[in-house]
Design a protein around this ligand. Structure first.
Ligand SMILES: Nc1ncnc2c1ncn2[C@@H]1O[C@H](COP(=O)(O)OP(=O)(O)OP(=O)(O)O)[C@@H](O)[C@H]1O
Ligand SMILES: [Mg+2]
Length: 605
């Protein structure tokens, strides 16, 4: 178990901050409901005292009447009227509390999701490739739909209990101040026991627990349609089920150990508190016998002392809950506090290009966060406007990383990326993104209609039907669309009933059409034909030529048949360009390129 992680997350001060910020968040949701909820929670803390006091008056009234010769019912009716009224108020506040609670927490997601999703949208791509961030995000996902509510409600329940305690103290002061101490003596240890117990449980099953991470890892895997196939074939199902059972048994056993220990301690405290309470009752009765208090007071004080203990117990319980939930809610605010890592300067240079710019990587060194090994080291490359560049190289050579730097998902650690001689950092990133059309290696499959899937490439402008048809033709998607019953209007994916799932290659053709449809001066294709058959591939690249005559094109591919038509082929190895030139030139050179080309060609002979 990673102890440090835990210590950090249960710091008392940060807990308080989380509470205050949760309050602020709910206040932002609805001020009126916030205040109403507070009132509705506090009222039930006060009413029992009023009720107990009225009951005392009734008893005293009866006792007095019994010893007196005359009997007047009017006063009694009045008191019962009051008692009815307070009961009614009490019940009514419960009803309204449920009502307000319902409204408040169905309204909460409106504000919360807006904050959450705008935050997520504002964060750079690099966050989503960062395992620490992914961890944080899954914590937020697991806790945000009920933890803030639990925290908030318990905060007010603790307030209710506190009111109860304060009133009880004031009332008991009338009788004997010293009575408070034995009660504190039995209640406070109980609180610390609970607190310790929840800390220990947090340790067993908290965020940083490896057991929990493994549990969710396996349970997600077993629910994921994509992973089920391999698990079936390799016969891993039973193995995973057993390890999940093992984890749960281990959790049960550790939990039982803790529970057993606390059962023993809790029993001890209970024994003590029984002694204290009977003792206090004896004291109250003795005071009545000594005629220091009335018969009605016996019931009143017994109730008060009960309320005091309940209030104190409730207070500690709620505070403990607040604390417990704050351990989870803290991750929500940790997420809210994240700032985009890439600086966008307020007066960044605007960029409006209809023709491709020159692109230059100048002495770029880059490493991913948490890794010492640079993926690119002192890397330089110049791409002229309109050049058709192909990048080849082994897995992990840094091809996709190069693209990520080019579209400014990351900034280089050293060196710079220059666009028409201007540092990419000084350009307006949104403008720059409008200049590039990218088909990523892990492209998206939008569960929308075919047409929408392609339009997403250029959603800001009205649909250009002619260009859409052209993009579809060039990408080879037209055959896919022809085969669909509803053509362009066909819903894709498995989520919706009328949706049809495509094969990987068919999806890729649609994604390619989307990249073409963007019609940007720079077209970047990372493994655009990995899943596309050889015949379709050849046709696609004939058309890419035509479609992108006046564009810069960067294609990454492992298929040498794809890259041979490029103006310049770059062979990347371990973040360095080791060979470059046209296909013919590289073949003559008899270096790595020609070796790999022959190897692949041999496979086809
Ligand atoms: N998000 C990331 N965090 C940390 N390291 C990464 C990340 N993405 C890639 N890497 C590492 O950077 C190196 C280059 O990866 P990159 O994806 O650029 O390779 P590639 O040339 O595109 O390979 P492929 O042909 O498999 O697509 C690899 O060693 C990889 O492990
Ligand atoms: Mg790649």
């Amino acid at each position: 178990m990673e102890k440090d992680d835990r210590k950090q997350s249960i710091n008392f001060k940060s807990s308080i901050i989380v509470v205050l910020r949760t309050m602020g968040l709910v206040w932002q949701v609805d001020k009126f409901l916030f205040i109403l909820f507070m009132i509705l929670v506090i009222v039930p803390g006060v009413v029992p005292f009023v009720n107990a006091y009225i009951y005392k008056l009734i008893i005293d009234y009866v006792v007095n009447s019994l010893s007196a010769s005359t009997f007047n019912l009017d006063g009694l009716f009045f008191l019962f009227g009051l008692r009815f009224f307070t009961y009614f108020i009490q019940q009514l506040s419960f009803v309204f509390q449920t009502y307000v609670d319902n409204l408040l927490w169905t309204k909460f997601p409106i504000t919360f999701n807006k904050l959450l999703f705008s935050k997520l949208a504002s964060l750079d791509v690099q966050y989503f490739e960062d395992s620490q961030f992914k961890d944080l995000l899954s914590k937020v996902r697991e806790s945000y739909n009920y933890r803030p509510q639990n925290l908030f409600n318990n905060m007010f329940y603790s307030l209710q209990s506190l009111v109860q305690v304060v009133i009880a103290i004031v009332a008991v002061l009338e009788l004997n101040l010293w009575l408070i101490f034995p009660i504190l003596l039995v209640t406070i240890p109980d609180f610390f026991l609970q607190m310790r117990e929840s800390k220990i449980m947090w340790n067993i099953w908290g965020w940083s627990s490896i057991m929990r991470k493994r549990f969710f890892n396996i349970s997600n895997m077993l629910q994921d349609g994509g992973q089920v196939k391999e698990i079936k074939i390799f016969g891993l199902g039973k193995w995973f089920v057993n390890s999940i059972l093992g984890l749960q048994k281990q959790f049960y056993n550790e939990n039982k150990k803790v529970a057993n220990k606390y059962l023993f301690l809790d029993s001890g405290i209970n024994l003590l508190s029984s002694v204290v309470f009977v003792g206090i009752e004896i004291y109250v009765i003795s005071q009545a016998l000594l005629k220091r208090i009335t018969v009605g007071d016996i019931g009143f004080y017994t109730t008060i002392i009960n309320n005091f203990q309940n209030g104190l117990g409730g207070f500690f319980r709620s505070i403990n809950q607040v604390y417990d939930n704050s351990l989870y809610v803290v991750s929500v605010f940790d997420l809210f506090d994240l700032k985009p890592r890439l600086q966008q300067y307020p007066n960044a240079q605007r960029l409006e290009l209809s023709t491709p710019p020159s692109i230059e990587f100048k002495n770029v060194t880059f490493r991913y966060k948490g890794s010492n090994r640079p993926v690119l080291h002192n890397f330089s490359l110049k791409i002229e406007p309109g050049e058709k560049i192909a990048l080849v190289g082994e897995n992990g050579a840094g091809k996709s990383t190069l693209i990520k730097l080019l579209v400014r998902f990351y900034d280089p650690d050293e060196g710079s990326v220059l666009i028409n001689g201007i540092n990419l950092k000084d350009l307006d990133t949104d403008d720059w993104h409008k200049t590039v059309g990218v088909l990523f290696q892990d492209f998206n499959r939008y569960e929308y209609t075919v047409k929408e899937n392609i339009q997403f490439g250029n959603i800001d402008v009205p649909t250009d039907e002619q260009y859409l048809t052209e993009a579809v033709k060039s990408s080879g998607a037209s055959e896919v669309i022809d085969s669909l019953e509803r053509k362009y209007e066909q819903m894709l994916g498995k989520t919706f009933k009328e949706g049809i799932d495509l094969s990987t290659g068919q999806w890729q053709k649609i994604a390619l059409a989307r990249a073409f449809y963007r019609n940007a001066p720079i077209l970047i294709l990372d493994e655009p034909t990995a899943s596309i058959d050889a015949k379709a591939e050849a046709e696609i690249f004939d058309r890419v030529e035509k479609l992108s005559r006046d564009k810069t094109v960067i294609i990454i591919s492992h298929r040498f048949s794809t890259v041979r038509q490029a103006d310049r082929i770059l062979v990347l190895d371990d973040g360095q360009i080791i060979e470059q030139g046209s296909h013919e030139k590289l073949m003559k050179k008899k270096g790595l390129y020609s070796e790999l080309f022959e190897l692949q060609a041999k496979g086809y002979k």
